[in-house]
Design a protein around this ligand. Structure first.
Ligand SMILES: C[S@@+](CC[C@H](N)C(=O)[O-])C[C@H]1O[C@@H](n2cnc3c(N)ncnc32)[C@H](O)[C@@H]1O
Length: 258
């Protein structure tokens, strides 16, 4: 289990971001659901947020290390299971959410079938990344192997939406989520205008692409980034990013109609 190895400090750097949480709520609210299953819930930061908004949350997470960092809430029930076999009765939830976790599921089709069973064909909300955009992100200049890693890990958006539309027999919405400059959930593109963040090992520990890098590629990329920041090369090329409030790195909300 990858996150039993890399997830020990996840809760320190991967707190829920209020803008992502608000968007999630905006998508889910019109469905007038009360029960949400959060699949690949991690340390539960978004499960906790939804519980605080009055939802009953089933947080499904197979990693003991991740579950052990969760903050308990009476409206969140934790389930030690995988997306492909949810260990929940049919119609146990009205809505399923998957936040930056689908790319870790070995069998996403089986996971979608399970979601259909457990929600009885209810709403599905997925927050994911469009791998077509990875090569345009400046970080890949320092860590080129991220391109192959991301392209082999994340499903193309068109493939994912076609699968959902067929399986759920409903139309799918795709909503880009440009990242704010002060994102508080430190996932891979968190430092789009704060490159110094990637020099911090705590930040890198919460990003699975970094965890998968070999030592030489990591050392080489960090040394080049450190040097480019010191001598001003990074700013010469990308200073314009520091003037932006938002940046569309490729993150997307994908959700079924109600
Ligand atoms: C990047 S974390 C995201 C956690 C959480 N959703 C968040 O946004 O903070 C991905 C999570 O998916 C979990 N995961 C991996 N394989 C899984 C599977 N087959 N079924 C369910 N969850 C899985 C990992 O253990 C990890 O906690």
């Amino acid at each position: 289990m990858l996150y039993d190895m890399i997830g020990k400090t996840y809760a320190q750097t991967r707190q829920s971001d209020p803008r992502i949480a608000a968007k999630l709520l905006e998508i889910v609210e019109p469905f007038q659901a009360s029960r949400i299953v959060d699949i690949g819930a991690g340390t539960g930061s978004y499960a906790l947020y939804l519980a605080e908004q009055g939802y009953q949350v089933l947080a499904v997470e197979p990693s003991t290390v991740m579950r052990s960092q969760a903050i308990a809430h009476p409206a969140v029930r934790w389930i030690d299971a995988k997306a492909e076999h949810l260990s929940l009765p049919s119609h146990a939830a009205d809505v399923a959410i998957i936040i930056l976790a689908l790319h870790h599921f070995p069998d996403y089709s089986q996971a979608l079938q399970e979601i259909r069973r457990v929600t009885g064909g209810g709403q599905v909300v997925i927050f994911t990344y469009d791998p077509d955009l990875i090569s345009s992100f400046w970080l890949t200049e320092y860590f080129p192997s991220f391109i192959a890693d991301v392209q082999s890990t994340f499903l193309p958006i068109a493939t994912l939406t076609a699968e959902i539309e067929t399986m759920m027999d409903t139309a799918v919405n795709i909503v880009p989520f440009p990242l704010p400059h002060d994102l508080s959930d430190s996932f891979a593109a968190v430092g789009w205008e704060r490159p110094e963040m990637y020099l911090d090992q705590n930040i890198r520990n919460g990003i699975s692409s970094f965890a998968k890098l070999n030592e030489d590629d990591l050392a080489q990329g960090l040394s080049k980034l450190r040097e480019d920041l010191e001598i001003g090369i990074w700013d010469q090329k990308y200073e314009y990013l520091r003037q932006q409030t938002h940046y569309d790195a490729g993150y997307r909300f994908i959700y079924t109609n109600i």
